[in-house]
Design a protein around this ligand. Sequence first.
Ligand SMILES: Cc1ncc(COP(=O)(O)O)c(C=O)c1O
Length: 399
Amino acid sequence: MRIAQRMSNIGTETAFEVSARARALEAQGRDIVHLQIGEPDFDTPANARDAAKRALDEGATHYAPYPGIPALREAIAEDAQARKGFPVTPDRVFVTVGGKGVMLYAILGLVDPGDEILVPDPGYPIYESLTRFVGGTPVPVPIRMEHDFRIDLDELASLVTPRTRGLVINSPANPTGGVLTRGDLEAIADLAIRHDLWVLADEIYGRILYDGEEHVSIASLPGMAERTIVLDGFSKTFAMTGWRLGYAIVPPSLVQTYGQLVINTISCAPTFAQIGAVEAIRGPQEPMAAMVEEFRARRDLIVAGLNDIPGIRCLSPKGAFYVFPDISGTGLNGRDLADRLLTEAGVCVLAGTAFGGVGTGHIRISYANSRANLTKALGRIGEFVAGLPAEAAIAGSAR
Ligand SMILES: Cc1ncc(COP(=O)(O)O)c(C=O)c1O
């Protein structure tokens, strides 16, 4: 069968492929600790599950309105207004299949061939992949450990050209856990307004924040709601990855475009799942608060443990559930270390380059796993690194 030409421009999300590799090793009897998966290891809160089950029994088995059921759009609008700090009306809310749907529609609806889109590097790989897929040019914005995994604002400004149309930001970030400050966001907003750029603000980890860090939505800054698409969803906040529910808050000028794209692709997100999601937002929030507190304890465990391993340097991230340590002191690059950790040590992590070229000397670890498993993985990583030839480690640390 002849594959369409455009498929040569699409990328991937390595986590899914690496997970398949790890499962194949497990099928051969190997014990693998999974630290590659970007999903909470908690169950969806029981009240949301019960609401969805009830909905099925009560006949919510039909199409929903294409932008989402009114009860959910209202709940999202109220919640966003309260937490993100800008006025949101339900008509600007679209419920999509995963947060990924929000990305797809933003890029399909806004990027023309030849347009340049600024994307974080390292960053979630789908921004880059979809931009390329529609003929746009993704322009990597380096996000460095030396800069606290925040954007260097001068560097960002230097990357804007007359062809730049949009900018993707993600805070708290995958894969680094970095969080942009209010000052960073104000400078980014200023740049976006000056150059007439739209912003795709991926806030899917906006409630997974530590140490009293505040969640600032760029859409709440003056002049930004009309040029920002906010991406959020249920996958991470409520441990609902398998429910496939995300949402967009779009400017009024994008409502029709989003509607057409939803109708052309999914018709609507699953109806009974949306009823469960209303309960997740409106019901008791204690389970998600407890989950975040557990993530904080695990973060402290993994950061301390990694920093105890010679050749590894790890920042303590302020949000999400990932660490992105610099492992160049081991003498290996991130890809080789990830590969060997899986095959030789039974620990599955991702190479930093799965998220862009800037991540060459890094690996990404998801600490959405039990403390016992994190401790086991730290022991295995430490032992593996200690067994590497000393010359390699010296060469690596001198780099
Ligand atoms: C930064 C970021 N945005 C969006 C998504 C997609 O989320 P969903 O599972 O809701 O499609 C992910 C999932 O890993 C993510 O890390």
